[in-house]
Design a protein around this ligand. Structure first.
Ligand SMILES: Cc1cc2nc3c(=O)[nH]c(=O)nc-3n(C[C@H](O)[C@H](O)[C@H](O)COP(=O)(O)O)c2cc1C
Length: 247
C-alpha cells in the first residue's frame, strides 16, 4: 500500500458504527490480516499476534453491528500499548483507503482473552459500511484546537494530521511541543477522579504517532523515535517519546 494513499485517509476517515450484514470476502479478510502483520511497528521488540473474529466471538455491553473484529494481542504496558496503537492505526487507514468501514472498540473484547500467551489489547471492528465512509472536510472532525494540543511552530507540515487522530472517547490525551523538524509527545491526563477512556491513552498516542509517520513517509521522509533522559513532566502531562522528521 502506497503511503500517500494512507496519508490522504487521515483527513477523510471517520469511525463507522453502521454496517451491512454481508460479510467481506475471505480473500479481502486475508489481505487485511496480511497488511496488519506487515505494518511497521513503533517498537519491534514487542511480539504482536492478530486474530480476526466474528460477532459471536466478541463480548460487549453495547450492541455490535460489524461483521468482523481484528484483535491485537501483545504485552500490556505503556510502550506495548503505544506499539499496538501505532500498528492498528495503519490498518485503520488501510481499511478506509479500501472503502471498508472501521471503528476501534475499547468497550468490547474477544472471548479469547489470551493468544500465544499474550493478553488481548484492543479491537478494530470492520465491515461493509452502511453509511458514508469519508468526511468531506476537516471541519467535520470534532477535535481540540491546535493551541490546545501543541506549542506554536511544532511540525507545521504534520501537526494538523496529528490533531485529527482518533482516540478513545475522543479525549485526544496528548500534547506536542518542539520545532519544525522535531517534537516531544506528552500524555495528558484528565483532572477529574473518573476519566473514562484514559486507560487507552498510550494506544491513543500510538495512533497520533502513526499519523505522523504515515504523512512523513508519503512526503519521502522518515521519522526516528527516541527517548530523551530527564524531560520534565508538565502539569497533568507526562513525557512519552521524541520524534525527528528527516529533511
Ligand atoms: C482506543 C479507542 C477505543 C475506542 N472505543 C470505542 C468504543 O468502545 N465504542 C465506540 O463506539 N467508539 C470507540 N472509539 C472511537 C472513538 O470514539 C472515535 O475515534 C472518536 O470519537 C473520534 O471520532 P472519529 O473516529 O469518527 O474521528 C474508540 C477509539 C479509540 C482510539
Amino acid at each position: 500500500m502506497e503511503n500517500h494513499n494512507l496519508a490522504s485517509m487521515i483527513t477523510q476517515r471517520k469511525s463507522i458504527r453502521s454496517y451491512t450484514a454481508t460479510p467481506l470476502l475471505p480473500e479481502i479478510i486475508e489481505d487485511i490480516l496480511s497488511f496488519a502483520k506487515n505494518a511497521t511497528p513503533l517498537f519491534p521488540e514487542f511480539k504482536t499476534v492478530f486474530r480476526i473474529f466474528n460477532r459471536k466471538e466478541i463480548a460487549c455491553v453495547c450492541p455490535l453491528s460489524a461483521p468482523h473484529y481484528l484483535a491485537i494481542y501483545s504485552e500490556r504496558n505503556p510502550d506495548a500499548d503505544l506499539n499496538c496503537g501505532f500498528i492498528l492505526q495503519q490498518v485503520d487507514l488501510f481499511l478506509s483507503s479500501k472503502g471498508i468501514g472501521a471503528c476501534w472498540l475499547g468497550m468490547a473484547r474477544p472471548h479469547d482473552s489470551m493468544v500465544e500467551n499474550l493478553p488481548f489489547v484492543i479491537l478494530l471492528s470492520f465491515g461493509t459500511p452502511d453509511e458514508t465512509v469519508y468526511r468531506t472536510s476537516t471541519e467535520q472532525f470534532k477535535r481540540k484546537t491546535l493551541g490546545e494540543m501543541s506549542s506554536p511552530g511544532v511540525l507545521p507540515e504534520y501537526i494538523q494530521g496529528i490533531r485529527l487522530a482518533q482516540s478513545a472517547m475522543n479525549k485526544q490525551p496528548w500534547f506536542f511541543s518542539g520545532d519544525a523538524r522535531s517534537c516531544r509527545a506528552f500524555s495528558v491526563r484528565g483532572k477529574g477522579l473518573i476519566n473514562i477512556g484514559e486507560g487507552w491513552r498510550f494506544v491513543d498516542i500510538g495512533i497520533a504517532l502513526a499519523n505522523l509517520q504515515v504523512m512523513a513517509l508519503s512526503d519521502g521522509r522518515t521519522v526516528s523515535f527516541r527517548r530523551e533522559d530527564s524531560i520534565p513532566a508538565g502539569t497533568c502531562s507526562e513525557y512519552v517519546i521524541s520524534c525527528r522528521v528527516s529533511e
